[in-house]
Design a protein around this ligand. Sequence first.
Ligand SMILES: NC(=O)c1ccc[n+]([C@@H]2O[C@H](COP(=O)([O-])OP(=O)(O)OC[C@H]3O[C@@H](n4cnc5c(N)ncnc54)[C@H](OP(=O)(O)O)[C@@H]3O)[C@@H](O)[C@H]2O)c1
Length: 354
Amino acid sequence: MKLDRRRFLSVAAGAVAAPALMSCGDVTLPANGVPQSDFDEDSTAEEVTEGIDLKGKIAVVTGCTSGIGFETMRVLAKRGCYVVGTGRTLESAQQACSRVPGITTPIQLELSDFDSIAACADAIRSLNSPIDMLICNAGMRGGERETVYGIEKHFVVNHLGHFILVYRLLERLYLAWQGRVVVVGSRAAYRSAPREGIEFDDLQAAQHYSAGRAYAHSKLANILFSLELARLLKGTRITSNSLHPGVIDTNIARNESALARGAFGLWTRLAGKSVEQGAATSCYVATSPLLGSTSGEYFEDCNAVIVTGDNHMHDQDQASRLWLLSEELTRDYLVKIERPDWNEFENGLRKKRD
Ligand SMILES: NC(=O)c1ccc[n+]([C@@H]2O[C@H](COP(=O)([O-])OP(=O)(O)OC[C@H]3O[C@@H](n4cnc5c(N)ncnc54)[C@H](OP(=O)(O)O)[C@@H]3O)[C@@H](O)[C@H]2O)c1
């Protein structure tokens, strides 16, 4: 095992922060039955996609305006992929897309506004194309407790927003040769989420609120969402996987206090990954030819892992319960998921109706 400065500092910082951060006994082990890659925590998004030709493929990347999402979009476009990049405003998405060589389309998406999500999905559907990769990357962290639609804001933005988006775009993933849903979670899901997992009886976080806890709760929801989606899609060619990108100095801490932002910046600069490395696992899971039939897995540093210990990372019961609850909470914004009728297709294209 290489012992570099980042790993040393990360272990040291982890040891100091462990009592506050970790539920006891959480250990990651390689997942059985998933092809192992030669990539690791040092690999960059460009390295993991080297030699992969994405011409003719279409990806949607949420939160393309900054950090990991921007780098993911940049590298996928560099490999020839057509990328639809979303930003909270059309202008910010346009600006990000204009900085990327390659073919991109900016679309507005505000995940705390369900009408905006429906409009974004409709705009993407109006492109009338299959979707090969749907990368649920956008996320927020921090701030005072706030509710949207009567629900704690991290849960709405990070989980429910993407739940609606994926639901409304699933039909387009069926049309791809092999559609992939990639959900950017976080290891906060097992380090700082509530002990009982999803707080089904307190989605407002009225009883216990801290930004870190609410963020971790929403990231656990991301991972369980991906797990249940994979179960529901068994027997189809669509896969769903989730991941932790690493700890990276991006804008994710923008809603934190100046002190917390400073500490995060220092920690990530000393012990974290670069943005280029931070986008590697997303790009690897979205594009690796090794993973065509890998679904329901959780990845760190470009490899699937099992997280052992007292956590809910692989809790299928909670995943199914969360799915039903999410459907209930967003019912007015969901569309019936139609599996395509293959009789309507010829050479991969929908036949023209008379
Ligand atoms: N950085 C880390 O150490 C780390 C660790 C673990 C997991 N992650 C995850 O990685 C993902 C990307 O984060 P990042 O680190 O790249 O942070 P970032 O630089 O802050 O990027 C987050 C992106 O999400 C967008 N976004 C935020 N709130 C949104 C909303 N309400 N509706 C739509 N889009 C919204 C942001 O748009 P604006 O720029 O317009 O706000 C931005 O494009 C997140 O899911 C995060 O949880 C990051």
